[in-house]
Write a protein that binds this ligand. Structure first.
Ligand code: COA
Length: 381
């Protein structure tokens, strides 16, 4: 049996949720091109599309808005617990732990049928942005305000993050588009983790908690905060070239570049690049966009590397005034849509996910009593 390191090129599931065409650079959610959805849709419409397989009619979308609005508040005990956690906790740790804790307060916690799982997915989609926004308030000693039921996901997040200050329309629209672009991406590492957990017939909260843990790593969702860290270190446009050339000379990886599946430009980067430029112009602070564009040009020239979704999302969130360690949690509050769609799909025709390993260790060893092991260890060394 051939071993595919990192399961590269292995088809591990049939799915009708999302197609990633890495050769052509196309991304399709349930038949719709991401460019079309990014330009014309809303995050809530995309949530409905991913979970139910088609775009909603008005009443269906209104109902989803209402259910999300009614579920954004966190159980009192979860907020109390968050207040007790160390203030320096990484927001992804907080999101992972609070999400797991929510299952103990969920009325459907022990139900695993589709209707109960859709209700749990709806609650998680509503609650996760509140966790992230509240944590930033709690750790910085700002007031925690109640969510407004009529807010969209993007508006609610910004409103709660800024302790009850109504967000402006451009910020809401930009974040909404970023949420659409991050909502789903086939069998990426965190989605696979979610499907593996769901496949054991564990529960929705466990599967989402596993996914959050996988997303946290810098080779996956964690890359976007590494990008802004790098841009802040570079400081000025003039410093970009020596900084990037040194990185390549030191054989360091450039965060926000490269992709396991895309061999050409990540189609999501196109929209985020435009957004980064527009937000920079609007704020009269084009430096972050210009530095990013120069990094992109050098990466292409020197290493033929294309940027991925994480690269320009960093300057977009920075221009929206979002603290850098909330970038990966924002990825999670969007990707819950895709994770839930995959958990529902996995459970609709479940088979335990259990691959095999090619054993490369020893065989036929005989147990050695502990008082004889020193000789054995020194003989081996
Ligand atoms: N910077 C520099 N070189 C890179 C690179 C990057 N971001 N991404 C890939 N490469 C190079 C590797 O060094 C390797 O070169 P080599 O064959 O000379 O050793 C080659 O391209 C293949 O890379 P590899 O890491 O083996 O590919 P992968 O499919 O396992 O990895 C990623 C995909 C995403 C993990 C990888 O591109 C990466 O680490 N990117 C940075 C993190 C990031 O942005 N993650 C978010 C993904 S959406």
């Amino acid at each position: 049996m051939a071993v595919n390191r990192g399961l590269e090129d292995v088809i591990a599931a049939e799915s009708s949720i999302c197609k990633v065409d890495g050769e052509k650079g196309h991304l399709i959610y349930r038949g719709y091109d991401i460019d079309d959805l990014a330009e014309h849709s809303t995050y809530e419409e995309v949530v409905y599309l991913l979970w139910f397989g088609r775009l909603p009619v008005k009443e269906e979308l209104d109902k989803l808005h209402k259910e999300l609005g009614a579920n954004r508040k966190l159980p009192e005990d979860v907020v109390k617990a968050m207040r007790m956690w160390p203030k320096e906790s990484v927001p992804m740790e907080v999101l992972r732990t609070a999400t797991s804790m929510l299952s103990m307060y969920d009325p459907d916690a022990n139900e695993n049928d589709r209707a109960a799982n859709v209700r749990k997915a709806t609650r998680l989609t509503a609650q996760m942005p509140t966790i992230v926004a509240y944590w930033d308030c709690i750790r910085n000693g700002r007031e925690v305000v109640d969510p407004k039921p009529n807010h969209s996901t993007a508006a609610s997040f910004l409103y709660l993050l800024h302790s009850g200050k109504e967000p402006d329309e451009v910020a809401v629209k930009s974040l909404d588009m970023a949420l659409i672009l991050h909502a789903e991406h086939e069998l990426n590492a965190s989605t696979f983790a979610a499907r593996v957990a769901a496949g054991t017939l564990s529960d929705m909260h466990s599967a989402v908690t596993a996914a959050i843990g996988a997303l946290k790593g810098p080779l996956h969702g964690g890359a976007n905060q590494e990008v802004i860290k790098m841009l802040l270190e570079i400081k000025e446009l003039n410093n970009v070239e020596p900084y990037i050339k040194k990185m390549f000379a030191d054989r360091k990886k450039l965060m926000g570049f490269g992709h396991r599946v895309y061999k050409v430009q990540d189609p999501r980067a196109f929209h985020l690049r435009k957004m980064s430029e527009a937000l920079g112009k609007r704020a009269n602070e084009t430096k972050w966009y210009e530095m990013s564009a120069r990094v992109e040009q050098l990466a292409k020239e020197e290493k033929k590397l294309n940027c991925n979704v994480d690269f320009y999302s960093a300057s977009v969130y920075h221009m929206l005034g979002i603290p850098s360690d909330l970038f990966t949690p924002i990825f999670a509050i969007s990707r819950i849509a895709g994770w839930a769609a995959h958990i529902l799909e996995q459970l609709s025709d479940n088979r335990l996910i259990r691959p095999e390993a090619e054993y490369t260790g020893e065989i036929n060893l005989k147990y050695v009593p502990i008082d004889k092991r020193e000789e054995l260890v020194s003989a081996k060394n």
